[in-house]
Design a protein around this ligand. Sequence first.
Ligand code: NAD
Length: 261
Amino acid sequence: MPVDIKDKVVLITGGSSGIGRAAALDFASLGAKIVVTAAHNVAGGEETVKLIREAGASGEFIKADVSSEEDVRNMVDEVVSMHGRLDCAFNNAGIGPDGVRIPYVPLTDLDTETWDSIMNTNLKGIFLCLKYELKQMQKQEKGSIVNTASIGGLKMAPNFGAYGPSKAGVIAITRSAAIENAKNGIRVNVVCPGPTKGTNLMSNTMSVNPEEEKILTEHVIPMGKMGTVEDVARAVVWLCSDFSGFITGQALSVDGGMHIA
Ligand code: NAD
C-alpha cells in the first residue's frame, strides 16, 4: 500500500545535507511539495532543491536559522504563503556535541558558548519551530510533526556535554506538544537515530576518529552496522503519513537496537 504523501506540503529544517536531504528525496519520490531550510549551508540547500525537482516534485529553499524566532516565524509564514497550508514538518536541524561535530568534551571542559550554541540550535530551535508550526496546524485542525532527537537523548554517555541533555529535551518537548495537541488533529513524534552514515555530522566524527565505525559496529550497535540516512528518512515519512494516524508522542529509535543494548 503506498504512503499517502502526494501533494502534502512538507517543511524540512536542516535539509541541506544528511538525514534532512534524504527525507526530502523520499518525500519527493512520493510527490510531496517540499520546502527545505538551512541556516548556513545555502549551497547544500539549493542542491537538495535541485535533486527534488529532478525527481519531478516541487521544491523550494528558505534560509532560516532555527535558533532565531524571527527567522522561524518568517519561515512558516513563507511556506503558508507559497502553498496555502502546512501538512507536515520535519524539525531536523541540529549540531553535534562540541558545537559542530563529535568527539565529545567533558562537562569540565565545556564552555558556556558551546553549551548555549547547542541548546539554542538543538532545543530552542525545536521549541520555536513547534510554536509556529502548531499555530498554523491548529488553524487547519490537522497536521503531523516529526522532530529529530538522538540515541544521545535516551542513553547518556561520558563526555556527551550539552548534546545528550539537548536531545533529551527534544523528546520531552515532543511529548508535551503531542499531549497539548492530541485533540487538535495534530500528531507530534520524534525519531532517535543512532550513529548514522552519510551525514556531515558523522563524516566529521570519522575524520577525527577513523576507528569510530569499527568500535560502533563491533561493540555498540547490536545489528553490527551503522544506520543510513535512508533508514531514518523512511521512518520519518511513515510518521508524517496518515499510516501512523493513531501514533503521537512516540520516540522511535532508528538505531539497530542500540537503545536496548
Ligand atoms: P548534517 O550536519 O548533515 O545535517 C544537519 C543539518 O542541520 C544541516 O542541514 C545544517 O545546515 C542544519 N543546521 C545546523 N544548524 C542549523 C541552524 N541553526 N538552523 C538551521 N539549520 C541548521 O547532520 P545530520 O546527522 O543529518 O543531522 C540531522 C539531525 O540528526 C541533527 O539534529 C542531529 O543531531 C541528528 N542526529 C544525527 C546522528 C548521526 O549519527 N548523523 C545521530 C543522531 C541524531
